[in-house]
Design a protein around this ligand. Structure first.
Ligand SMILES: *Cc1c(COP(=O)(O)O)cnc(C)c1O
Length: 366
C-alpha cells in the first residue's frame, strides 16, 4: 500500500464543512482582495498573532515575499550583507538578493541542521546588517546566541519560520524573538492555505506599519501612497481557510511530535542517524529527516514499497549554480556538504498511522 509523503486530502475531508462554509462566506461577501481592509484577512491576522503571542501580523502573498518585505521594512538593501544558513529552501537567500543585498552563508549544526552559531561571528563585518536564522524542519535555531550576537554588533534578526508554525524556544513561539518573524502558508506547510500565502509578525508598530505599506502599494489609506510599495496581499479566501485550520494547528503539531517520537524510538541504536532538537525547544516536525549512509539503497527500498520520500535539500545553497559567482568550495561548508549527501525525509503528517511508521522504520533499519 502506498504511503504518501504528506496527505492534505485526509485533512480536507475532516474539515470539509467548516472550510466549504468559510469559502462560501468570502464569495458571498465578494471579499476577495483588500489586505488589511478585508475582514477575513484581519481576523486571521489577529488570530495568528494571538496564537504566537505577538502584537502584529501582516499578511502577504507568500513566504518568500514575507522575507523580502521584512528586509525592506528594516531598511536592508544595496551594499548590505545578510547572514543566512547554508541549508534552507532558496527563498531565504533569494529574498536577500532581491533587495540588492548580498547573502553570506554560514555552515549548519550537525545535531539539528540549523545555523551553526559558532561560525556566525567570523562572517560579520562592517557591511553586515542582518541575520536570518531558519527554523529548519521545525527545529528552533539557537535564538539566545543569535540575539546576543545581534546585540553585540547591532544587527537585525529576521526569523524564517516557514517550517516552524508553533515551534517553541524557551517558552516562546519562534518568529516572536527576532525583530521580525516570517511565515509561509504554502499548502504543504504545518499551517497551509489552498494556494500561496504568507505573513510576517513583529512587536514593533513602526515596522508593522512599514511592512503593511510595502505589501500594499505604499498605502495604508486608499490612494495615499506614502512610498512606492508593491502588491503582495493575503487574499480573503486564503485568510478564511487559514482561520479555520489555525484552530487545529496545536493538535496537528502534537500528532507530528508523537509520530516523530515513534520514528526516533525505532532508529535508536541502528545505522539510521536521527536529528535532535536543542534543549529548551519544542519542535513541530514540518519534516522528519534522518541521515543514512547508503542513501541510494534506502531510496530504492522506499520506491519498491511505494513509500514517498523527499530530500530537503539535495544541494546546499552556496553550491547551487545560482550562487556560483560566490566561488565557494565544499570545504567552506563541510557540515552542510556532508549532511546534504546523507539526509532523507520520510513521510510525516499528523494523520500518519503508527503502523505505517513502524512499517517504514523496520523496512529501512534492516
Ligand atoms: C516554504 C519556505 C519559504 C517560502 O515560502 P513560499 O510561501 O513558498 O514563498 C521560505 N523559507 C523556507 C525555509 C521555506 O521552507
Amino acid at each position: 500500500m502506498k504511503i504518501p509523503f504528506a496527505d492534505l486530502h485526509i485533512q480536507y475531508v475532516k474539515l470539509k464543512n467548516e472550510i466549504d462554509a468559510a469559502i462560501n462566506n468570502v464569495i458571498q461577501d465578494l471579499a476577495f482582495v483588500g489586505g488589511y481592509n478585508n475582514k477575513y484577512v484581519r481576523s486571521f491576522e489577529e488570530n495568528f498573532a494571538k496564537f504566537l503571542d505577538i502584537k502584529y501580523c501582516v499578511g502577504c502573498a507568500n513566504g518568500t515575499d514575507a522575507i523580502e518585505i521584512a528586509l525592506k521594512a528594516l531598511g536592508v538593501g544595496t551594499g548590505d550583507e545578510v547572514i543566512v544558513p547554508a541549508i534552507s529552501w532558496i527563498s531565504t537567500s533569494e529574498a536577500v538578493s532581491a533587495v540588492g543585498a548580498k547573502p553570506v552563508f554560514v555552515d549548519i549544526s550537525k545535531s539539528d541542521c540549523t545555523i551553526d552559531i559558532r561560525k556566525i561571528e567570523e562572517k560579520i563585518n562592517k557591511k553586515t546588517k542582518a541575520i536570518i536564522p531558519v527554523h529548519l524542519y521545525g527545529f528552533s535555531a539557537d535564538m539566545d546566541a543569535i540575539m546576543q550576537l545581534a546585540k553585540k554588533y547591532s544587527l537585525l534578526v529576521i526569523e524564517d519560520s516557514a517550517q516552524a508554525h508553533g515551534t517553541e524556544y524557551k517558552g516562546k513561539k519562534v518568529g516572536t524573538i527576532g525583530h521580525i518573524g516570517t511565515f509561509s502558508f504554502y499548502p504543504g506547510k504545518n499551517l497551509g492555505a489552498y494556494g500561496d500565502a504568507g505573513c510576517l509578525v513583529t512587536n514593533d508598530d513602526k515596522i508593522m506599519n512599514k511592512a503593511r505599506m510595502i505589501a500594499n502599494h505604499g498605502q495604508i489609506v486608499k490612494h495615499q501612497h506614502e512610498i512606492e510599495g508593491r502588491n503582495s496581499r493575503l487574499d480573503g479566501l486564503q485568510a478564511a481557510i487559514l482561520d479555520v485550520k489555525l484552530r487545529y494547528l496545536d493538535e496537528w503539531n502534537q500528532l507530528r511530535r508523537k509520530n516523530a517520537e515513534i520514528y526516533d524510538s525505532l532508529f535508536r541504536n541502528t545505522k539510521i542517524e536521527i536529528f535532535k532538537a536543542q534543549t529548551g525547544t519544542v519542535p513541530v516536525y514540518h519534516l522528519y529527516v534522518v541521515k543514512v549512509k547508503e542513501r541510494e539503497g534506502i531510496e530504492k527500498i522506499l520506491k519498491e514499497n511505494n513509500i514517498e520520500f523527499g530530500i530537503h535539500y539535495p544541494t546546499p545553497l552556496p553550491f547551487l549554480k545560482a550562487y556560483s559567482y560566490l566561488n565557494h568550495s565544499t570545504a567552506d561548508f563541510p557540515v552542510a556538504d556532508e549532511v546534504s549527501k546523507k539526509i532523507i525525509s520520510l513521510p510525516m503528517f499528523p494523520e500518519l498511522s503508527k503502523e505505517d511508521i513502524v512499517r517504514i522504520g523496520n523496512m529501512i533499519c534492516k
